[in-house]
Design a protein around this ligand. Structure first.
Ligand SMILES: Cc1ncc(COP(=O)(O)O)c(C=O)c1O
Length: 497
């Protein structure tokens, strides 16, 4: 008979009636009749069937569960497009200071001086990096930054009386998926721009699409193919000549920060993903921050309140802005995320910001060079901060897919890279494997990754079933991902009385 360690069981399975972590003292206040106190509220007929366990069992259960998880603190996490860089502990240590944790956004302005100064400083840094004069920190994610940017652009055209005619947003097929989704949500019609043979913008095609009905182009630079768009200045000229705006998805600023300023080549509006580029931890949906930077003609439309430095050196929150699009997030956005980005950037300084970008690009190109010939490379030329391999070779030779390879990486304690993104339509039908090492990894870790990827390529040839059935070291082996999304079982059978 198999012996199971109780720490490997569900809490419901080890639950025993009456077991407690904590016993409350006898009631020393008058007893309240809950039904009476919550009159009109739907109450449970009987108590919820919660597991009853002792403290030690509870601690072991969650400690062991935590160890089964992947995190940048424990594993290499080259999840392309997500920039899973290490988050220095000092970010959280300083954010835990009572000056931050006990501050309330409704404090009078006089007591918020340090906080407003921090926001003004962070805005100034992002402004310097983007080459654009005004920034708002309010959007809580990259996608919300995109939405805010398009709302600002719409408000600008409203003011000029052109918003009824400018209905189209042009989006290259190598853009991040949130770009077309945002444009549609913002009420625009999206027009897909097919890339040229190199995966860049086809200028002639763009010229043929831009017209008086164009509101903007949304371009992800570097693109999701991990390559830089070489013709940004020309693209900006084409749009501006037609009175349209150039929006840049700057979530991939890790590749160009401190080296190129988007405002200098004509970008009118862009967003940052602080939770990618400036180390704010993210995953599972946040909390993050997606500030936008804009050219001066778009500044009047930014969300309120605007943190400002007054002539006498004091700080205030400016709400008297007649053309503002209003608020896009409560109070000042995800303030904790802003504080962490501020701490991270202040540690780096100007030189450090640039060095991060250079090292992120160097690391991605190192992996590209070392794995050339082992895996097919979508665009085998200098890449930005991420490199896109595909499963073309392994698929053709051994019927092994990007998903199989990604699953096998788990057995080597490496988080799988992003797969099937960019979409097969952009990768010539092959399964993409998008690797983003970030600047925070050592050469030893990168070399380990290379050796693992070579070993897996060898396994694909010699023992394909091993790869097809991976992972083998996890509590549950290959799961049926399709059913997990199309027919999710979101209940615990043990909880159903
Ligand atoms: C290039 C790019 N644009 C936009 C986004 C959307 O950002 P968020 O997930 O914060 O909404 C991401 C997310 O990683 C991204 O990589």
């Amino acid at each position: 008979m198999a012996i199971t360690n109780p720490t490997d069981k569900l809490l419901f399975e080890v639950s025993a009636d009456g077991r407690r972590c904590l016993r409350l003292p006898a009631l020393d206040v008058p007893k309240v009749d809950v039904k009476q106190a919550l009159k009109g509220v739907k109450l449970r007929a009987k108590p919820a069937p919660l597991p009853e366990v002792g403290e030690l069992d509870l601690v072991r259960h969650f400690t062991n569960l935590g160890k089964k998880n992947f995190s940048t603190d424990r594993n290499f996490y080259p999840l392309g497009s997500c920039t899973m860089k290490y988050n220095p502990k000092i970010n959280v240590t300083l954010l835990s200071l009572p000056g931050f944790t006990k501050a309330h956004p409704h404090l009078p302005e006089a007591d918020l001086q340090g906080h407003i100064e921090l926001m003004v400083t962070l805005e100034n840094w992002l402004s310097e990096i983007s080459g654009l004069p005004a920034v708002t920190l309010q959007p809580a994610a990259g996608a919300q930054g995109e939405m805010t940017g398009l709302m600002v652009i719409k408000a600008y055209f409203d003011k000029k009386g052109e918003s009824k005619t400018r209905r189209k947003v042009i989006i290259p097929d190598n853009a991040h998926g949130t770009n077309p989704a945002t444009a549609a949500l913002a009420g625009f019609e999206t027009v897909t721009l097919k890339g040229n043979a190199e995966g860049n913008v086809d200028l002639n095609l763009l010229r043929s699409l831009v017209g008086p009905d164009t509101a903007a182009m949304m371009i992800t630079n570097p693109s999701t193919l991990g390559i830089l768009e070489p013709n940004m200045a020309e693209i900006a000229k084409i749009l501006h000549a037609a009175g349209a705006q150039l929006y840049m998805d700057g979530a991939n600023m890790n590749a160009i920060q401190g080296m190129v300023r988007p405002g200098d080549y004509g970008v009118d509006c862009m967003h940052f993903n602080l939770h990618k580029t400036y180390s704010v931890p993210h995953g599972s949906g946040g909390p993050g921050a997606g500030p936008i930077a804009v050219a001066s003609h778009l500044e009047p439309f930014l969300p309120t309140p605007r943190p400002v430095r007054n002539a006498d050196g004091s700080y205030s929150l400016d709400t008297k802005r007649p053309d503002t699009i209003g608020k896009v997030r409560s109070f000042f956005g995800n303030y904790g995320a802003l504080v962490m980005a501020y701490i991270y950037m202040s540690q780096l300084g100007r030189e450090g910001v640039r060095r991060n970008g250079e090292n992120a690009v160097l690391n991605a190109n190192y992996l590209r060079a070392r794995l050339r010939g082992v895996y097919h490379i979508q665009n085998d030329k200098a890449c930005a901060h991420e490199v896109v391999f595909t499963d073309k070779k392994q698929h053709t030779e051994n019927d092994i897919t990007a998903l199989d390879i990604a699953k096998r990486m788990i057995d080597y304690n490496i988080h799988p890279m992003t797969i099937y993104f960019p979409l097969p339509a952009v990768t010539g039908g092959d399964g993409a494997m998008m690797v983003e090492p970030t600047e925070t990894e050592s050469k030893e870790t990168l070399d380990y990754f290379v050796e693992v990827m070579k070993k897996i390529a060898q396994e694909c040839k010699e023992n394909p079933e091993l790869v097809k059935n991976a992972p083998h070291t996890t509590p549950v082996s290959r799961v049926d991902e399709k059913s997990a999304t199309t027919n999710p079982q979101l209940y615990c059978p043990m909880c159903i009385a």
